[in-house]
Each structure stands twice: as structure tokens, then as C-alpha cells.
Design a protein around this ligand. Structure first.
Ligand code: G6P
Ligand code: MN
Length: 425
């Protein structure tokens, strides 16, 4: 079997290699066809992969490609984990909206919108190269918009991933003083806009409202992805668990101030650490038994993706939180919306589980985000400026027509090399 990895030069790749290793028995005989546009980073990561597989005695081979078609050809699974335009483009996504008083974030809001415009054309190209029985397993952000565009406009099979549900469950375990092992939250909604109304430990339903009443809001600062103090404050008011990105909606203006005061974007922070990070990975790849750091992607990111591939391939019917077509999972969103919900993942794809209505305090917000996402997906496919403007105006961060126009015009100009759909004569 062949698994193509598109974006294999990414800093997240050591985690993906670990993920393959942890399922090496199930993947014996697999070829990992690694693709990246950055030949240097691709070389480091494929060297690392070969070393780690041989040190562990894993029967997985590795090939390296800078040609997309060569990598995707004959693949049963196409795992997409690239960032179109790299971190330089992410910096623009994060900084342009901020100039106009809007949160600059790589996946939520106008930053994520600009990323969607770049990601979708590449995903559509990949979908055109993928065989009819193959699965695209997508991490490329914004994962829900990308999944929507591919699912609605191509015949390809796609499943959208995000490790946030795992990371957020871990954060809530810490906050609520519960073990992470055995804890299951029913995260449901849209990617980076999910909510959990039910929590179980070892299969037993916990009294969430009571746990939240008893929760003391911790002090302390936020990291880029964790803001426990605000999360606790929000949850106590809402009465259910919000995902980490909820802070951008409910503390929008405060976050704008903080981002401005901070002075650098997350993209710049990551860019600053990457040269040393790649040097360490390259040095590790020289060792007989490499053990690269977990700085990018943490523990779950890569393992989750490989577990999804194994669940599809081995028809496991395993419960996993993924992005897929709603059907009847929640009546609060259109049946054909791409939602993020617990699903049983087997050979014929994810079967979403019935979650019921989204909680009232965030129902309207989540519906508005869905309307924005659908317009964004349409704009990214067609390159229609008017639809793009409508998408930004529909986003809860923006609303103002003039602000939307400024962000759109500046974004389209800044990213023009990555936007074939908008620059076609
Ligand atoms: C989380 C989100 C991803 C996002 C990533 C960014 O894992 O779920 O969607 O891409 O964080 O992390 P970074 O370290 O690049 O800021
Ligand atoms: Mn994510």
C-alpha cells in the first residue's frame, strides 16, 4: 500500500513518523511517498523517517518527491499537511486583519479566509490526481473549508482532521482535575468552533454543570493555544465546554489589543524557532536510533492522523472526532454542512454520531460561522470577488463592509502568487 504525505518537509513530520511507527505492525509493507516543495526540508525528514523505521525494524519504505503527481500516483491514502505559501504567508494572514482591528488568526476569521483561498486550489489539484477509491486525509487548514470545497466540487473522498478535540480534552482534564486517560468529550459543531455538552469518564456520564459550578478560574497567562483562565471563565458562564478558539469570538477586542501589544505574529515566532529546530532534526537523523523532539505537533497530532488512516483501511469503526458531512448529526446545521463531530470511522468513511442540537448560547454563532464557511468555500473555488466579500461580511469578526473590502483587497494583492483562481484572465 502507498500513503502519500503532501507537506512532508513540515516541522510536524517527526510526529507523523512516530505515528507510523506506533502502527507499524498494521502498516507493514507500506510505502510512504513523501512530497514537499521545499527539497531541503524534504530531504531532512525522509532521512529521519528511514533511520527511525530501520532502527525500529519497521517494514515501511520511504520515497521522496517534489513532483505532486509522482507522489499521489497509486496512493490509497493522500495525507495532506502542507501550508500553502509557508509561514511567510501565514504572517500576512495574521497581520493584515489586525491592521483593521480584527483578530489576525491563521484559521479563524479573515486570516483563515485568506488561507482557504490558497489551500483550496492545491487541494482541488490533488483531488484531480487522486484515484477514485483513495482517501484524502486532510490536515491542511482551514480543514473544514478545504473539506467542504473538495467534497462538494470533486468526486474525491475526503475526511478533515484536527487534533484540537484531543488537545482541548486534555486541557479540560487538567482544569477539572480529571484523568485524561478514559475521558471522552462530545465535541460537536464546526472545526475550531466545537462545544461539548457531555463528558464521560470510563464510559460514565459526569455531571458537567456541577463540575463547572465547582471550577475555580485559574490565574496565569496564556500560551498560543491554551488560555485556561479564559476557557474556565467562559465555561462557567456557558454551562458547557468551549473549544480553545472560542476566545477569539468572546474576547475578540481584548485579543486584538493583546496581539497588537505583543508586536510579533505567531508565524514570526514559529519562523524564528525553525532554523534551530530543523538543525536539531537533521542532527538526530544522523543517529542510529533518532529521537527527535516533540516541539511541533506534540504527542497526538501525528498519531491521530495515522490512526484515522488505519481506521479507514482496517474498517475499524473506531470512534473519532473528524470533519465530515453532517447528515443528521446535529439539526442545528445544514445536512450537507461539513461538521466536526464524533464519528465511527471505517472502510466506507466516517459515520457521524447523533449529537442533537448545539447549545442555545452558541447556536446562532455557529450557524453564522457555517454561512461564512460555505461562502468562503465558494469564493475559494470560483475566484469570485463578490462572493469573497460576502464571506468576509458574514464572518462574526468582521461584519463591516468597508473593513471587509480593505482586508480582501490587501489580502488578494499580498497573496496573488498563490491565488490562480483570482488572477486568471
Ligand atoms: C492547533 C490547531 C491547528 C493549528 C495549530 C497551529 O493544533 O488545531 O489547526 O494549525 O494549532 O500551531 P502552531 O504551533 O503552528 O501555531
Ligand atoms: Mn486544527
Amino acid at each position: 500500500m502507498r500513503i502519500a504525505v503532501i507537506g512532508a518537509g513540515s516541522g510536524y513530520m517527526p510526529g507523523v513518523i512516530r505515528g507510523v511507527l506506533h502502527r507499524a505492525g498494521d502498516l507493514a509493507g507500506t510505502e510512504l511517498a513523501c512530497h514537499d516543495v521545499d527539497a531541503g526540508h524534504l530531504e531532512i525528514m525522509t532521512r529521519l523517517a528511514r533511520r527511525m523505521f530501520s532502527a525500529a525494524g519497521a517494514a515501511v519504505t520511504v520515497s521522496a518527491h517534489t513532483d505532486l503527481k509522482a507522489a499521489v500516483d497509486g496512493a490509497s491514502y493522500v495525507f495532506t499537511t502542507f501550508r500553502p505559501g509557508g509561514l511567510a504567508a501565514r504572517h500576512l494572514d495574521e497581520s493584515i486583519p489586525l491592521k483593521y482591528g480584527v483578530v489576525g488568526q491563521e484559521t479563524a476569521g479573515p486570516g483563515g479566509f485568506l488561507m482557504a483561498l490558497r489551500s483550496v486550489p492545491v487541494l482541488l489539484e490533488i483531488a484531480s490526481l487522486t484515484g477514485p477509491d483513495a482517501w484524502i486525509v486532510n490536515y491542511t487548514n482551514p480543514t473544514n473549508i478545504v473539506t467542504d470545497a473538495v467534497a462538494r466540487t470533486t468526486g474525491a473522498r475526503i475526511i478533515g482532521l484536527c487534533d484540537q478535540a484531543i488537545g482541548d480534552t486534555e486541557m479540560w482534564a487538567e482544569l477539572l482535575g480529571l484523568p485524561f486517560e478514559g475521558l471522552e468529550a462530545d465535541w460537536a459543531g464546526l472545526n475550531h468552533a466545537t462545544w461539548a455538552q457531555r463528558l464521560r469518564l470510563d464510559g460514565h456520564e459526569l455531571d458537567l454543570p456541577r463540575l463547572l459550578d465547582d471550577l475555580e478560574v485559574p490565574g496565569g497567562g496564556a500560551t498560543p493555544w491554551r488560555d485556561p483562565s479564559r476557557m474556565a471563565e467562559l465555561a462557567k458562564t456557558l454551562g458547557f465546554l468551549p473549544n480553545s478558539y472560542a476566545k477569539y469570538y468572546f474576547f475578540h477586542d481584548e485579543v486584538v489589543e493583546e496581539l497588537r501589544r505583543k508586536g510579533t505574529t505567531r508565524a514570526q515566532d514559529v519562523l524564528a524557532m525553525l532554523p534551530a529546530y530543523y538543525a536539531r532534526v537533521a542532527a538526530e537523523a544522523e543517529k542510529a536510533d533518532p529521537d527527535p523532539s516533540r516541539e511541533r505537533g506534540g504527542g497526538e497530532h501525528g498519531e491521530f492522523a495515522v490512526d484515522v488512516i488505519c481506521a479507514l483501511h482496517r474498517d475499524e469503526g473506531r470512534r473519532m472526532i473528524v470533519n465530515t458531512r453532517n447528515g443528521g448529526a446535529t439539526p442545528s446545521l445544514d445536512p450537507d454542512a461539513i461538521v466536526e463531530v464524533p464519528s465511527l470511522v471505517g472502510r466506507s468513511g466516517p459515520v457521524p454520531l447523533t449529537m442533537g442540537p448545539l447549545p442555545a448560547p452558541v447556536r446562532g454563532l455557529t450557524q453564522a460561522i457555517h454561512v461564512y464557511e460555505r461562502l468562503a468555500s465558494d469564493a475559494a473555488v470560483t475566484g469570485d470577488r463578490r462572493t469573497a466579500l460576502q464571506a468576509l461580511m458574514a464572518h462574526p469578526f468582521v461584519r463591516s463592509k468597508h473593513t471587509a473590502e480593505k482586508i480582501l483587497d490587501e489580502g488578494l494583492a499580498a497573496h496573488r502568487d498563490h491565488l490562480p483562481q483570482f488572477t486568471r484572465p
